[in-house]
Ligand binder design. Structure first.
Ligand SMILES: [Zn+2]
Length: 142
């Protein structure tokens, strides 16, 4: 059984939809991490049957709420001194900055350096976003 208390300081991403754990693990580049990380797949969950869990024994310098783009059922637990000090329920963000990349080669955000990518949610049911610069559509599910 997973023991959250085994982490003194870090992050536990819980209730990840089964199969998405690996995607998030790669996205956060945890496969290259030099600190302790764990990806637990298909753990038993009382509420939802099965779930994936990621444990990170480190502080990550990014707004993890953006993970709501990939999976809005997960929860983020911030651990300090072996206790959960903050529990974040993510949702599909209305606006995303610097996380998605526009795949329109003519978009100003791909040709100009130092430009922050900006996307806005168009359709929450299909997780469809559009680039704020060129209106190019971006489907996260694909
Ligand atoms: Zn664009």
């Amino acid at each position: 059984m997973l023991n959250i208390n085994s982490i003194a300081k870090g992050i536990v991403i819980d209730h990840i939809t089964p199969g998405k754990g690996y995607e998030i693990f790669k996205l956060l580049e945890l496969d290259k991490a030099s600190y302790t990380v764990a990806l637990i797949m298909n753990a038993q969950s009382k509420k939802h049957g099965k779930k994936d869990i990621i444990k990170i024994e480190n502080v990550i310098d990014m707004d993890l709420r953006v993970l709501g783009i990939l999976d809005d059922s997960l929860t983020i637990n911030i651990i300090e001194n072996e206790e959960i000090i903050e529990k974040i329920h993510v949702k599909l963000p209305e606006h995303v900055e610097g996380f998605l990349k526009c795949n329109n080669p003519r978009c100003i955000s791909t040709s100009e350096r130092n430009m922050v990518n900006k996307f806005s949610l168009v359709d929450p049911t299909t997780h469809l976003y559009k680039c704020d610069y060129c209106d190019h559509l971006y489907n996260v599910e694909e």
